[in-house]
Design a protein around this ligand. Sequence first.
Ligand code: GLA
Length: 633
Amino acid sequence: MSKRIATLAAMASAFLAQTALAGSDPLAATGQWSVNARGSAPLPPMGWNSWNAFNSDVDEEKVMASAQALVDSGLAAKGYRYVDIDDGWWLQRRMPDGRLLIRTANFPSALTPDGGTSFRPLTDRLHAMGLKAGIYSDIGRNTCGQAFTSTFANQPQGTVAEREVGLYGHAGQDIALLMGDWNFDLIKVDGCGIRAMGPDNPTVKSGQYRALAPLVDFDTLPRTDIAASRALYQEVAQALAKTRPDNSYVFSICLWGAADVRSWAKQVGNMSRTSEDISPNWERMLHNFDSSVRRELYAHPGSWNDPDMLYVGTGAFDMGHPVEARSHMALWAMLNAPLIIGYDLRKMTPALLDVLGNPRLIALNQDAAGNQAVLAYDSDTVQILVKTLGDGEEKAVAIFNRTNAPVDAVLTAAQLKMLGDADITLTDLWSGITTHVKGEQKLQLSPHETLIYRAKGARAHPEGLYLSEQPGHVNPAVDGVVEPEADPLIHRGTIPWSSTRGGGQHPQYGGWGGARADATPYGQGLKVGGKPFATGIGVLANSRIEVRNAGFRRFSALVGMDDSARTRDTPMTFAVYGDGRLLARSKPLPFGAAPFRLEANISGMKIVELVVSGRKGERYPAVATWGEAVMDK
Ligand code: GLA
């Protein structure tokens, strides 16, 4: 670790300690909600970004035309407000004062009378249109375009130092300029500069760029310096809080699921990429979808999973492929993904507008409760996702055919956590057509089709809400993962830009073993002492889950070591805290014991914490189940 990074890492942990989020015992109840409270993303951000439409060939005319199209098409009024300039806007870093200069050949309004540059005229215009403005940088010295694409349009120019346009060593100065003086509202911070600028990069060898010992080894998770990567992003978070103390900003972390970002982004940023870049083909969409779909407990108001931008309108999702375009849109809505359009809006058609602007889909993505959908049925062929809306009286359900053949599926009342003998009303979110079903509904799905409905029926548990019905309120503050492991359940398509050269894709997106709703951390059904649970929270030993209490009075669960536990020789203890005080505790529960009932009065309490302690120091901690965990009125 370099001296600078060691200092940053120390600063970051001091900062965390100050905010009382990381006391000496991570399992000690805090009575606090530790999800990032800085910035402003109570709902998934919506807007447009230049990258997928224009790559780095971005200029003022394209940006302003896209902004105008957002307004004229009515998309802005529907919530698509951020207009984000991605890679390609820089000219250079001015020396010796280090101020960033804009490429005024592409952004003429940025030229100031004194010969300097400023984006303020452009952001002023966007703001006057009722829009918000976003900008792009990199956490290292150099950007993705510099690291990977020699033919990139609009490469920064000048000496080696002048071409170091990334935040490394300049976070305070650049954030003050971009988010202060220039008044941008969102910053996306990429990570290529800490991934790809090692001494072997040909551009480094040739002396074009300075070497930076990579912190992120994209292919090898154990060789990645997670703490140091986090510390750099934390430094940006602190600079943002200082520059915009009113929290009027969005911090978009773009570390593509690397550096175990899943485990820390929700304390640092407002949205965080869960995978490598999407491209406009079916297989990459599956890949990106998979990287977020089992992270339902890691998305909350204030900090969202980002499976990358929408490619609706292009390639496999163009209007020649309406089924795929709708699937992509429906799935992103269900994931509570930020809805960031990556299409040249100057070419907008009514058909495309119907997909991107569907008010029913936007409404469920923007539902105030902020619950990411939970997998109610999972397979490589069909998946059924259920998203609890509002206070729980309504659900959205998506039935997704991943394959290129037609399939039959059955949606059951139980998957919706509704009674089978009462009427369930399903409203198709594309057609608006309503049907009534009882018990179950047989469905036929065309290749790649996603059926998506709002469902209203008699809830199986009307007394309250299962925790798995309110993932936006459940935060695995300490999920018990000791050694980050790559998530193996991610579709590995052929990468279009490399074809089948090399040995294939082996994504190292840490997260396997993270807490899950209605499943164990390793994707099995929940089961304790031979008793299966259709609902509950699966987590590892030595974990602490924070739950925001939305006015409920009673917590209960049937707890125990899950029958799937690999390490099973030490009993585990379950405890419930309310606003930091112990409310209930189980006896030590050995493997195979019958589920133990834990109950607590949580009236008036804001934060309920669920703590499981087991033997410390296990590399593969035992699996713990909070079966039927529920909060009642
Ligand atoms: C990375 C990011 C993309 C885009 C490009 C720009 O690949 O993941 O979203 O910002 O860099 O170079």
